[in-house]
Design a protein around this ligand. Structure first.
Ligand code: C5P
Length: 210
């Protein structure tokens, strides 16, 4: 069974995807981490994440097993990710890596922006997870403060809005709810509440399939 989980940044999609993977015994790929790792690699090399050659070279050199899970969570890596993600050639390289991961016979949970629309259009269950911009900013702010990163609510909200705008309006694989995806709004939900709602959606989809 493949479960596709898409949504904007800090919507709770990662938390939902992690809970689903544990609950159904599936492996999980946070596809945003691939874009973050590519963006960070370009920054580390002193390059511009919006520049085609630097970004494609970083995507081709990406080793999924060697991603620095701490450093890719910075706000700078997030912004760089949303820039490399607008480059079709980068997406093509990362698409192959994601589809290889999803080809596991046992299935998988993948979360990102275009899983239900482009990477795994035939996924058995698709969720589109969302939350208000204010709530998403509060969540990301708490995460960044835990990491010791200082940023104001207003500045972070502007950064998230800028990333939303870039993700929604890019030509290649924009952030869209697939027509057959279930909408899950986590604005007023706890982590447990969001996970339970997601299990209910998946269980209902499994029951319908018979
Ligand atoms: O999900 P996360 O915020 O970590 O993703 C970072 C950036 O990577 C997003 O803003 C988006 O531009 C890009 N991304 C993407 N497609 C995906 C996952 C992430 O374009 N499947």
């Amino acid at each position: 069974m493949i479960i596709a989980v898409d949504g904007p940044t800090a919507s709770g999609k990662g938390t939902v995807a992690k809970a689903l993977a544990e609950h159904y015994g599936l492996k999980r790929l946070d596809t945003g981490s691939l874009y973050r790792a590519v963006g960070l690699a370009v920054l580390d090399a002193g390059g511009d994440p919006a520049e085609l050659r630097a970004a494609v070279a970083a995507a081709e050199a990406l080793d999924l097993g060697a991603i620095d899970e701490h450093r890719i969570r910075s706000s700078a890596a997030g912004l760089a990710a949303s820039k490399v993600a607008t480059i079709p050639e980068v997406r093509a390289v990362l698409r192959r890596a994601q589809q290889t991961f999803a080809a596991d016979p046992k299935g998988a949970v993948l979360d990102g922006r275009d899983i239900g629309t482009v990477i795994c259009p035939n996924a058995e269950v698709k969720l589109f997870v969302t939350a208000s911009l204010k709530e998403r900013t509060s969540r990301r702010l708490a995460e960044l403060r835990d990491r010791g990163e200082q940023i104001s609510f207003e500045e972070l909200q502007a950064q998230i809005a800028e990333r939303d705008e870039r993700d929604i309006n890019r030509k290649e694989s924009p952030l869209r709810q697939a027509p057959d995806a279930y909408l899950l709004d986590t604005t007023a939900l706890s982590i447990e509440g969001a996970a339970k709602a997601a299990y209910a959606i998946v269980d209902a989809a499994i029951a319908r399939r018979g």
